[in-house]
Write a protein that binds this ligand. Structure first.
Ligand SMILES: *Cc1c(COP(=O)(O)O)cnc(C)c1O
Length: 474
């Protein structure tokens, strides 16, 4: 006898009481039948449940905290595709207003109503666009001069983020790396200039080196390139990869010239989702003037008599981040951004100072130009300790903290460092908690009788496979 009142799904709606919850989650094939939304939700939610809390993720540069209104605004825009600008013309205009604001924060000399720039999904796309434009401008110059243009190169420090390796590999461009050394912890300008030749289309300067948080000296580079270009007749320009610094420098160090105030800086990129304080994925790239954006890279639309220029590698993309960025600009204003960045800087400096007082550690650099703290073991401790920073990483993970340990790039790869990103949402109290957990973990590690496996591996020079944190992107 069939029970007519029995309806699958709502009769037993408690997800944990349902048969479906006993089945393993699909891995290879789409399931034959459907399940209730409650069960599907629970299964998907639970798969990520054991992960760390995003705000304890001190490895990432990317925003893990926004206020309730920003979150609401972005959630409400979740079904809007940015590219449908005929249907959502105000989103395109709002995007252009963000580009204007960013361009002016970087002291653009451009006087036209809509400044020359582009929306990107992150710094990666923004760097690609800046790099491609510089490459195309060089091709044009070479063509005009009747010279070959089949061996392009660009110069960058070995502390580059992985996007530049992708840029070089995907477009068939030579990447000339200036090594980082213990003496030159940022771009060595003399060596960079020596690497330039007639096939060099740009030098990439980094504001907020991913590995260390330090800044390349763009002003000195600009001066050196000006001299080099005058002597050689070349036109090597600068693209600034300001993924982090683009939203730190204007607020924290406005007098320092690293941006469009410098002659050879023709494009700058940043991550709106890093210190632009927006959830992922958002990036911006701005050119000093329309003439530096090759015409065939841009696509112009008329809106209410205004020309809105669009450039990008992607087509469809979420619009919510633009709303989040514009909200932040209105909500925080210059003063608000300055206050948030200032606090992050203060907390970074505090952490830097506290770690420096511990007998085991030393900071990678005496300066903290961005809210990023990088430290290592003192060499004399490293010699005798029975543990490594990889062990400290594991200990901290037991308390939920994601703090990566990793080896530095070529030439200083024997140096293992640890890094903390002090972002909005990482409060002074949380910093003290972290310090407490570090101190306790170090005490436990110091009490070990036998060396840890990573310590033994280090001794034997066996490469240690670091946990796959997204710290260097490598
Ligand atoms: C994070 C970062 C990138 C890549 O940025 P995404 O926004 O993650 O695409 C590029 N360059 C530097 C210096 C970075 O720190």
């Amino acid at each position: 006898m069939i029970d007519k009142n029995y309806r699958q799904g709502d009769a037993k709606s408690e997800p944990f009481g349902q048969d479906a919850m006993l089945n393993p989650a699909p891995e290879q094939k789409i399931p034959e039948g459907s399940t209730t939304p409650q069960v599907a939700y629970q299964m998907v939610k639970d798969e990520t449940y054991a992960q760390t809390q995003p705000r304890l993720n001190l490895a990432t540069f990317v925003t893990t905290y926004m206020d309730e209104y920003a979150t609401k605004l972005m959630n409400e825009a979740i079904n809007i595709n940015y590219i449908d600008e005929t249907e959502y013309p105000r989103v395109a205009v709002m995007c252009q207003k963000c580009i204007n604001i960013v361009a002016n924060l970087w002291n653009t000399p451009e006087q036209i109503r809509w400044k020359t720039g582009a929306l990107a999904i992150g710094s990666s796309e923004a760097c690609m666009l800046g790099g491609i434009a510089a490459w195309k401008r060089w091709i044009e110059r070479r063509k005009k001069a009747g010279k070959p243009y089949d061996k392009p190169n660009f110069v960058i420090s070995a502390g580059y983020q992985v996007v530049w390796e992708k840029f070089a590999t995907l477009w068939g461009i030579e990447m000339r790396q200036v090594p980082l050394t213990r003496d030159h912890t940022t771009l060595d300008i003399d060596r960079a200039i020596k690497m330039c030749d007639e096939n060099t289309f740009c030098v990439v300067a980094i504001q907020g080196v991913t590995w260390t948080g330090l800044n390349d000296d763009v002003e000195a580079l600009d001066k050196a390139l000006d001299k080099y270009n005058a002597e050689t007749g070349n036109e090597v320009c600068i693209h600034v990869d300001a993924a982090t610094g683009g939203f730190i420098m204007p607020f924290i160090n406005p007098d320092k010239k690293w941006d469009f105030r410098l002659k050879w800086v023709l494009s700058i990129s940043t991550s709106g989702h890093k210190f632009g304080l927006v959830y992922p994925g958002l990036g911006w790239v701005v050119w000093k003037d329309k003439q530096y954006l090759p015409a065939d890279m841009s696509f112009t639309v008329d809106y209410l008599g205004a020309e809105v220029t669009q450039v990008g590698l992607n087509y469809s993309r979420p619009a919510a981040q633009i709303l989040g960025q514009y909200y932040n600009f209105i909500r925080l204003g210059f003063e608000g951004y300055k206050n948030v960045q200032y606090n992050s800087m203060q907390i970074a400096k505090y952490l830097h100072e506290q770690l420096s007082t511990m007998s085991e550690f030393m900071p990678y650099s005496p300066e903290v130009p961005n809210p990023i703290v990088t430290w290592l073991m003192k060499p004399e401790i490293q010699k005798t300790a029975k543990w490594t920073l990889y062990d400290l990483q594991d200990k901290l993970a037991q308390h939920g903290w994601m703090v990566p340990a990793y080896a530095m790039p070529v030439d200083i790869e024997d140096m293992v460092v640890m890094r903390v990103l002090c972002k909005q949402g990482f409060s002074r109290d949380m910093c003290d908690e972290l310090l407490h957990d570090i101190t306790a973990a170090v005490a436990e590690l110091n009490a070990l009788e036998y060396p840890t496996p990573t310590r033994i591996a280090m001794e034997k020079n066996v490469p240690i496979v670091a946990k796959s944190f997204n710290h260097t992107g490598k």
